[in-house]
Design a protein around this ligand. Structure first.
Ligand SMILES: [Zn+2]
Ligand SMILES: [Zn+2]
Length: 283
């Protein structure tokens, strides 16, 4: 049975206000595990997430950038947020779980080596990949990005890196450099069109690359009525989750880490996240 880890820290703001309560029905399942941190209120417990150390941080981001993040007042939250992705990766490698869903407060993909923006401070996937290399000697990774916007930070970090294939789906023109690929999504897409694009442009690349794990920067901001509206329906995200889970099971021993990125609406978060986790854990 597939074991799914949920990584959650308690954060301010409206979008995740219904969690973890909205996970009811999932948390009772014997193959679903919650790793959480009542940041900053919860006393220590064996399941607590710890923030990542500065040492790990400086492997990906510059000292100057980290100092700038400190001045935003969101430094601690960003450390917990990125830590969740790093811990998810570690627990998959130690075989405690098979796949994971990470509730980030501050997403990933606009955070580069020495810049950040768009609500992203640190690049959790890049930090996790660094840790997997260092601690477990893992070497090949694929990152798929289906947030509505271009992942400029991830692009910059992964571009010189031949061991990571970064595939970004966004309205930017098609572009390919080293193992970075931008797949252009029409500004008015359909679910079928989007899914077809993933099957045609992503699947063959992952099969050829043979990664040890798959990271999915998942944003729902492209859903109809959201701030990055590209015309797709909420159901697209569930189809993508099933598709990517199947790809991970075929190619990377089921290792799939879903990292929550863009999306503002609370109702969509509440409707979609439990279904995505349900897809990971097997319906
Ligand atoms: Zn976005
Ligand atoms: Zn892009």
């Amino acid at each position: 049975m597939v074991r799914t880890g949920i990584f959650f820290y308690y954060q301010e703001g409206q979008r995740l206000r219904d969690f973890p309560g909205a996970l009811e029905g999932l948390l009772e399942r014997e193959n679903v595990f919650l790793y959480d941190a009542f940041y900053p209120l919860k006393p220590s417990s064996p399941f607590d997430l710890q923030p990542i150390s500065a040492e790990i941080l400086y492997q990906v981001h510059t000292h100057e950038m980290v100092e700038e993040v400190k001045r935003t007042g969101n430094y601690e939250g960003a450390l917990f947020s990125a830590a969740a992705t790093v811990r998810a990766a570690e627990k998959i490698w130690t075989e405690e779980i098979d796949n994971a869903f990470v509730f980030t407060g501050y997403g990933d993909h606009h955070a580069g080596t020495d810049f950040f923006g768009g609500g992203c401070y640190f690049n959790g996937a890049a930090l996790a990949i660094h840790e997997l290399r260092k601690t477990f000697g893992a070497s090949r990774f694929v990152i798929i990005d289906t947030d509505a916007h271009h992942g400029d930070g991830s692009w910059e970090i992964f571009e010189p890196n031949q061991d990571a294939l970064y595939v970004c789906f966004c309205p930017h023109p098609p572009w390919e450099k080293n193992n970075n690929v931008n797949i252009q999504v029409p500004v008015r897409a359909t679910d079928e069109g989007y899914l077809g694009l993933v099957r045609r442009s992503f699947l063959p690349r992952v099969e050829a690359f043979q990664p040890e794990a798959l990271f999915w920067n998942w944003g729902y901001d492209g859903t109809r009525g959201e701030y990055g509206d590209i015309g797709v329906s909420p159901d697209l995200h569930i189809s993508l989750a099933k598709e990517l889970k199947a790809i991970a099971e075929k190619i990377s021993q089921g290792r799939l880490i879903v990292v929550l990125c863009g999306g503002r609406r609370r109702d969509l978060a509440r409707a979609l996240i439990p279904r995505i986790i349900g897809a990971l854990a097997g319906e």
